[in-house]
Design a protein around this ligand. Structure first.
Ligand code: C2E
Ligand code: MG
Ligand code: MG
Ligand code: MG
Length: 288
C-alpha cells in the first residue's frame, strides 16, 4: 500500500510539474503574441517627496492584460521573459514609452519629473542594448538625464561580477543616465556596495519595510542605511510603503522619496498625469 501511495504521490508531482511546464509554455507563446500585438502597457507609480508629499518622480512598470486570464503580474512573466530572451524586447518597449511620455510632458510645458525604468540583468551580458536606448533617446529628443535606470541588487550575487557591474554603471553615467540600485536589502546586500558602486540612488526593498518593520533592530538598520547614503551623497527611495507610520518613520530617518500604495498604486499614464500635473496631457491609453 505504501509503495502505491508513493507511486501515486510521485505521479501527482510529475503531473503537476508537467502541468506547470505546459502552463509556462502556453504563457510564453501568448506573451510572444502579446508583444507582437503590442498588448503590454506601461503604468507609472509616483515617487513622492518624504518631506512635503510633492511628486518627485515615477517608476515605469510593465503591465500585461491577458485576453482570458486578465491581469498577469510581472513577478510571473518577467522571470519567464528573462529565461527566454524576451526581456530585452519588453524593456525596450517600456523605455520607448517612457521617452514618449517625457517628450509629451516637455511639449505640454509641465514641470518634468524623472522617470525610472527597470533594466534586466540580461542587459549586462548584452551591452548592445545601449545603442538601442541611445537611438530611442535621439528619436524622441529626450536627454538621458531625465531617465533613471534601476539595476536590481541581485545582479551582484557573485563577487566576480562586481568589477563588471561597476564598469557598466560608469558606462551608463557617461551616456548621462542616472543609476539606482533596486531592491536593496532583499538578500545580497552589503553596505560596501554603497561605497564601491557609483550609484546615484538606492531603493530600499519592500520586503525590508513590510516584514520586519515592527522590530526595533530593523528600524535601527534602516536609520543607519539612510544615514550612510546621505553621507555618501546617495539619494534614497523606500519601496512598498503602505502605512502612515512607515511614512513618518522614514521621513524622520531622512529618507528622500517614498514609493508605495500609501500615496499611490502604479497608474495608467493618463491617471498618473492627473495625479502629478493636475490634468491629463493626452496620452489616451495608447497600447505599446
Ligand atoms: P520593482 O522594480 O522592485 O518594482 C516595485 C514593485 O513593487 C512593483 O511591482 C510595484 O507595483 C510594487 N509596489 C509598489 N508599492 C507597493 C506597495 O505599497 N505595496 C505592495 N505590495 N507593492 C508595491 P510590479 O509592478 O508587480 O513589478 C514587480 C517586479 O517586476 C519589479 O519590481 C521589477 O523587478 C519587475 N518589472 C516590472 N516591470 C518591469 C520592466 O519593464 N522590465 C523589467 N526588466 N522588469 C520589470
Ligand atoms: Mg524597480
Ligand atoms: Mg524594487
Ligand atoms: Mg522589488
Amino acid at each position: 500500500a505504501r509503495k502505491s501511495a508513493e507511486k501515486s504521490y510521485h505521479n501527482t508531482c510529475t503531473e503537476s510539474i508537467k502541468n506547470r511546464q505546459r502552463d509556462m509554455t502556453t504563457m510564453l507563446y501568448q506573451l510572444e503574441g502579446a508583444l507582437e500585438r503590442r498588448e503590454l502597457e506601461m503604468y507609472l507609480q509616483p515617487k513622492v517627496c518624504a518631506e512635503n508629499g510633492a511628486v518627485a518622480g515615477a517608476e515605469a512598470l510593465v503591465r500585461w492584460k491577458h485576453p482570458e486570464k486578465g491581469f498577469i503580474s510581472p513577478a510571473t512573466f518577467i522571470p519567464l521573459c528573462e529565461e527566454n530572451g524576451l526581456i530585452c524586447q519588453v524593456d525596450l518597449l517600456i523605455f520607448e514609452q517612457v521617452c514618449r511620455c517625457l517628450s509629451r510632458w516637455r511639449e505640454a510645458g509641465v514641470e518634468l519629473v524623472p522617470v525610472s525604468v527597470n533594466v534586466s540583468r540580461q542587459h549586462f551580458r548584452d551591452p548592445e542594448f545601449l545603442s538601442e536606448y541611445k537611438r530611442i533617446l535621439e528619436t524622441w529628443k529626450v536627454p538621458p538625464e531625465w531617465i533613471e535606470l534601476e539595476i536590481t541588487e541581485s545582479i551582484m550575487f557573485s563577487g566576480s561580477e562586481f568589477q563588471y557591474v561597476r564598469d557598466f554603471i560608469q558606462t551608463l553615467h557617461k551616456i548621462g543616465f542616472t543609476c539606482s540600485l533596486d531592491d536593496f536589502g532583499s538578500g545580497y546586500s552589503s553596505l560596501s556596495l554603497l561605497k564601491d558602486l557609483p550609484i546615484d540612488c538606492l531603493k530600499l526593498d519592500r520586503q525590508f519595510i513590510i516584514s520586519r518593520f515592527e522590530e526595533q533592530s530593523t528600524r535601527t538598520v534602516i536609520e543607519m542605511i539612510m544615514d550612510l547614503a546621505r553621507k555618501l551623497g546617495i539619494m534614497t527611495v523606500a519601496e512598498g510603503v503602505e502605512l502612515e507610520e512607515q511614512v513618518s518613520f522614514l521621513r524622520e530617518a531622512g529618507c528622500d522619496l517614498i514609493q508605495g500604495f500609501y500615496f499611490s498604486r502604479p497608474l495608467p499614464v493618463e491617471e498618473f498625469e492627473r495625479y502629478a500635473f493636475g490634468r491629463s496631457l493626452g496620452a489616451g491609453g495608447e497600447a505599446i
